[in-house]
Write a protein that binds this ligand. Structure first.
Ligand code: GLC
Length: 632
């Protein structure tokens, strides 16, 4: 192979100019609309242009080679071989060096994408799980150094694993150098944030704003007596919202983005993107300017570091989420990935209700069969709570009452509802809206904690089946399935957080237990039956997924109507034929006519997950409790 960045007669500079030409309009058409009227626009233009060129000059040769590879294989992240895993560095393996020693384990699960949960230098004390960043150019010293980070990303790359890190763009910690200067009175830095001398404007904004953390961080503004300003703080008091209407923020954050890309990051998880643009009289969420900014960030990345893709975190309703994957004028130009929050919510909703009608309606109605240059991050659990994002309209469409269904789900997963198999804790109860979110690990919410406490073998088997069915669902629906650390060994809730002063106020720590390597050893040795079945099951699911080309995320996902409320069924439509995926969301046996499955495109009545026949063409396909079938 030729030297890393030497493409025969095509020089590095030529490559850069070609890519700049490719994305020039995607970038500048947005920036002109956003900032063209700003008095400093010309200075900004020159500074941004310089920054892009400088970042390219600094981009390491091996990453430039990866850029080329990705230019040639733009669907790399949509391929069925992709499987993600999200981990806390300290809770998984103490520090970055420890993570490097655990790559074989990740590989054994089929992982090709690893999300290091917030790992940049956080503020001291409570840092919202690391989402209160003090320095975007330094690694959390508890995890190691930037050199350690680069070593781990290189080791991952060598193993075919892409590293994802959080790019927290809505706010910085109040201890960030910019915030310190703003606090000290520097007017340029005061304009980095949203600061007000009196409560007039904050009061007017508050009228239409929502509450993200109503329990422990009520209100969206904080008064600081020392410098006599109200500061916009959507999340916690220590997280100061950035003023993206100031082009200087775009410049600074683009530099940070490219700095991280040049350290070997391949997936940037853009945090809390819905909140970055403020407009009086609105919720200040998902304003059109958010999408313009996100397209511009994406374009800057494609110019300098095309190997890198963007995952946009917007945990909102379906109609509001889809634009983060590029709709309308942004089609193919915005996020490459976005969390499929609806799939996650509908999974838990259908499990509790033992009824898939709402799920089939929501997933069949609101989502297009394919996306341009983008796909979903599919998941069952993550480090955050579950908010019951079911609209009243969707509930009504299947004869449910929205508020009552949402209350049912909270009660069910808290464990209070009669007959509930789940065990969780509430997160941020909002008495004004009745909204109650839920914390808990996948296994505890799926019933394993209660079943093990009751030493009930049938209940244990059901819980394991729910976990496996859920993972078979996210592995086949279309997108990159993300396993959340510990779910592969069915880790239970960690109640220890109640006695950690910085965590006790935040029940999300319930589902952030330390990785239990003894449990992994027992799972592998067969001495912990539940953990062993889940681990072996997940390994199998992701290995099978990698072997089914129809599951490529570029192929359409068509949700099918069965008329059977126990079942959620979809077909993946590939040019070579279909794969029909069937899931039984109840603990009772049911069946589908084999002829129906054949009509929907199942050519071979064999389950590709278990590699076993499922019935004959003339009869029925029997479906045991929590059955999951993938039929080609
Ligand atoms: C995102 C993170 C969440 C964090 C919030 C504020 O939603 O997932 O954990 O609290 O952003 O940064």
């Amino acid at each position: 192979m030729a030297a890393a960045s030497d493409c025969g007669t095509v020089s590095d500079d030529t490559l850069f100019e070609l890519r700049y030409a490719r994305s020039h309009d995607d970038l500048w058409s947005m920036l002109e609309r956003l900032y063209g009227a700003h008095p400093d626009f010309e200075t900004f233009r020159v500074a941004l242009d310089d920054s892009l060129r400088e970042a390219w000059r600094e981009r390491p040769a091996d990453l430039k080679l990866l850029d080329l590879r990705r230019d040639l294989e733009p669907d790399w992240f949509q391929r069925p071989g992709m499987t993600g895993y999200a981990l806390y560095i300290d809770r998984f393996a103490d520090n970055l060096k420890g993570v490097a020693e655990r790559l074989d384990y990740l590989k054994s699960l089929g992982v090709t994408y690893v999300h290091f949960m917030p790992c940049l230098k956080p503020r001291p004390g409570d840092s919202d799980g690391g989402y209160s960043v003090m320095d975007y150019r330094a690694i959390n010293p508890a995890y190691g150094t930037m050199a350690d980070f680069e070593a781990v990303t290189a080791a991952c790359r060598a193993r075919g694993i892409s590293v994802c890190v959080d790019f927290v763009i809505n706010h910085t910690a109040k201890e960030h150098a910019w915030a310190e200067k703003a606090r000290a009175g520097d007017p340029a830095y005061r304009d980095y944030y949203l600061m007000f001398e009196d409560h007039d404007l904050p009061g007017r904004y508050e009228k239409t704003l929502l509450e993200v953390f109503p329990d422990n961080a009520p209100g969206n503004f904080t008064w600081y007596a020392d410098f006599e300003r109200w500061v916009w703080t959507t999340f916690n008091e220590h997280q100061w919202d950035l003023n993206w209407a100031n082009p200087q923020i775009f410049l600074e954050m683009t530099r940070v983005m490219l700095f991280l890309a040049n350290r070997g990051v391949e997936i940037l998880r853009l945090d809390a993107v819905a909140f970055i643009w403020k407009r009086m009289g609105t919720r200040c969420q998902s304003e059109p300017e958010c999408h313009m900014l996100l397209q511009a960030l994406r374009a800057a990345c494609r110019i300098v570091a095309p190997a890198v893709i963007h995952l946009e975190e917007a945990i909102v309703s379906p109609a509001e989420m889809l634009p983060y994957l590029g709709r309308g004028e942004h089609d193919g130009k915005e996020g490459n990935l976005a969390y499929h929050n609806s799939l996650m919510v509908q999974f838990w909703s259908a499990l509790a209700a033992r009824d898939t009608q709402l799920m089939t309606h929501v997933l069949g109605t609101h989502f297009p069969p394919t996306l341009t240059n983008a796909t979903y991050a599919t998941y069952l659990r993550c480090h955050d709570d579950i908010g019951w994002a079911v609209t009243d309209e969707d509930a009504a469409a299947v004869g449910l009452n929205g508020p009552m269904h949402r209350t049912f789900l909270s009660d069910f997963y808290e464990g209070d509802f009669p007959g509930s198999f789940a065990k969780g804790e509430p997160f941020q109860f909002n008495p004004e809206t009745g909204d109650k979110r839920i914390s808990g690990t996948c296994a505890s919410l799926a019933g394993l904690e209660k079943a093990e406490a009751g030493a009930d073998p049938t209940a244990i088997a059901r819980a394991i089946d729910r976990i496996l069915m859920g993972h078979a669902l996210i592995a086949s629906y279309g997108g990159i399935p993300l396993v959340y650390m510990g779910d592969e060994i069915a880790l239970l809730n960690d109640y220890g957080y109640h006695s950690v002063p910085d965590h006790a106020h935040d029940s999300r720590w319930l589902h952030r237990p330390r990785m239990d390597w003894d449990r992994v050893a027992r799972a592998e040795a067969g001495t912990d039956a539940a953990a062993g079945q889940v681990l072996a099951g997940l390994r199998r699911i992701f290995a099978r997924r990698a072997a089914v080309p129809e599951l490529h995320a570029g192929n359409a996902t068509e949700v099918l109507q069965t008329g059977n409320a126990a079942l959620f069924v979809f077909a993946r439509r590939a040019p070579t034929g279909s794969v029909v995926c069937v899931f039984n969301f109840t603990e009772t046996w049911t069946a589908i006519p084999a002829s129906w499955a054949v009509q929907q495109g199942a050519r071979n009545l064999r389950d590709m997950l278990s590699d076993a026949p499922v019935g004959d063409a003339g009869g029925v396909i029997p479906l045991p409790p929590y059955a999951r079938l993938w039929m080609r």
